[in-house]
Design a protein around this ligand. Structure first.
Ligand SMILES: Cc1cc2nc3c(=O)[nH]c(=O)nc-3n(C[C@H](O)[C@H](O)[C@H](O)COP(=O)(O)OP(=O)(O)OC[C@H]3O[C@@H](n4cnc5c(N)ncnc54)[C@H](O)[C@@H]3O)c2cc1C
Length: 456
């Protein structure tokens, strides 16, 4: 379900593994891929697509523009973390259409303008879906060995999967979701630094979130804002207007496109599978909780999802147990003898660590953020922690940080505690249970880490 980046990648791989794949998509074929987005991906994704899927997305007009640097600003803009990092601004619609074309080339069958309504459940197994034709309203059913829900941030089936003894989450806390609004604008004057993407942390302007400037060319910019759902999301458009009113580069600029959307900015679902059923992409919260970037993660996860589905079908076991490998492979466990292992990105554990950082940062005011940026974060550390990695500076550097942080030592102590929790959660994913019956005990340990991060 869903012909987005997760669904198409999963379909391509599954078809190559010899499975019969049908894709159900509510949009009309020509609209697939057309999505409100910041349009920014790390160039590494283009390389991964080439290396892993053997598809060249550097040449099929998927990319509009190349960016060379990413700068992150403290709320008072006095500290700037400058990173050299090659990124691509994609043509979101064409990227999606190219993925779809590659999916259909593999022989997958597309049911476009078709809305998934509910699961078909027999003997405690999901064994198909009920769909409605968007044009005629006619309903019909489709049966399958496995249903994959890749229907995005508001999953079509999450709260409708009612199975006995299942471990999937059916409800997500609203405070773990974010809303984002972005505009693509044509500027009156060309940018001074058109090869630099800029990210601004700001409590004042973005209420525990951030706003961005991503150039799409010398005089076209993708500007957007993302804030937690429990803040004043209804004001997003006004907030973006205030930001633009305060920056002369937007004087007399004109809107090319505008829109918003929801992002499930939290760790991925604790279990991604049930009898005959799998979640992937935004539907599984497989997104970076700090940056909100989810295109690469959804594709990486789509690939693992397809491999697990194909192994399960070959072994004739599509039960929760048969599909359980998706949980521990996505989390990052590699102690399994599959030749496909090298293709996997394993975003789960670092993203869970990033989720702790998100919770911590969301509750810091601008003053504390300014202090942290100035005194104990540096480029390496910031780049690492936003992607869920911890950083252990050398003793001399540690001493410098402590001295500089003396005026706000409690903040540094909390941050150090956060780092240790981030390490702890990653280690926990390395012992993600290999069978469902060990899951409740593991989940208790996960909950303890979350209780601790909320305390600090
Ligand atoms: C404003 C905004 C800016 C963003 N910026 C970036 C960025 O710059 N870089 C980045 O990497 N990520 C960004 N993201 C996140 C990124 O877009 C998502 O993480 C990614 O698209 C997830 O892919 P997906 O395939 O899981 O879901 P989607 O791309 O949303 O695909 C889901 C598909 O399912 C279909 N569908 C939904 N319901 C049904 C149904 N009932 N029946 C049939 N089909 C259905 C939808 O039509 C859609 O085609 C942004 C998100 C937002 C909202």
């Amino acid at each position: 379900m869903g012909a987005g980046t997760a669904g198409c990648t999963c379909a391509i791989r599954a078809a190559r593994k010899g499975l019969n794949v049908a894709i159900i998509e509510r949009k009309e074929k020509k609209k697939i891929g057309d999505k409100v987005c910041g349009d920014l991906i790390g160039y590494d994704l283009i390389t991964w697509i080439k290396d892993t899927l053997n598809l060249d997305y550097s040449k099929n007009k998927s990319i509009n523009y190349i960016i060379d640097n990413v700068n992150t600003y403290s709320p008072n803009k006095k500290t700037v973390m400058k990173t050299k990092y090659k990124c691509a601004m994609i043509n979101r619609h064409r990227f999606g259409q190219n993925l779809l074309k590659d999916t259909l080339k593999e022989g997958c069958k597309l049911y476009d303008a078709t809305i998934c309504v509910e699961p078909i459940i027999n003997d405690n197994f999901v064994c198909g879906i009920k769909v409605r034709d968007a044009k005629t309203g006619k309903t019909s059913t489709l049966n399958s060995k496995i249903v994959v829900d890749a229907s995005g941030a508001i999953p079509a089936l999450r709260n409708k999967i009612k199975l006995n003894n299942s471990h999937i989450d059916t409800v997500i806390d609203e405070s773990d979701e974010s809303f984002s609004y972005r505009e693509i604008r044509r500027l009156k004057k060309p940018l001074d630094d058109p090869k630099t993407a800029k990210i601004f942390m700001s409590g004042t302007y973005a209420h525990g979130g951030y706003y961005w400037y991503f150039p799409e060319s010398k005089d076209i910019i993708n500007i957007g804002i993302g804030i937690p759902r429990d803040k004043e999301t209804y004001k997003l458009k006004d907030m973006l207007k205030t930001i633009m009113d305060n920056d002369s580069i937007f004087k007399d600029s004109t809107v090319i496109s505008a829109g918003g959307g929801m992002l499930p900015t939290r760790r991925h679902l604790d279990s991604l599978v049930a009898n005959g059923f799998m979640f992937v992409g935004d539907a599984a919260s497989q997104i970076n909780p700090v940056t909100g970037g989810g295109i690469a993660l959804s594709m990486g996860a789509g690939l693992i999802c397809a491999d697990v589905a194909s192994h399960a079908i070959k072994e004739d076991d599509v039960s929760e147990s048969g599909l359980w490998k998706f949980n521990y492979l996505y989390g990052g466990r590699k102690d399994i003898k599959w030749k496909e292992l090298n293709d996997y990105v394993n975003d789960g554990a670092p993203n869970a660590a990033s989720d702790l950082l998100r919770i911590f940062a969301k509750n810091l005011n601008d003053k504390s953020l300014n202090f942290a940026f100035k005194n104990f974060l540096d480029v390496t550390m910031l780049a690492k922690v936003s992607y869920g990695q911890t950083h252990n500076p050398k003793l001399s550097q540690k001493m410098k940080i402590i001295l500089k942080s003396l005026p706000r030592l409690p903040l540094l102590i909390k941050f150090t505690h956060l780092m240790s929790l981030m390490d702890k959660i990653k280690k926990l994913y390395m012992i993600y249970p290999k069978t469902p019956n060990a899951f409740p005990e593991w989940k208790k340990r996960l909950d303890i880490i979350y209780d601790e991060v909320y305390k600090i």
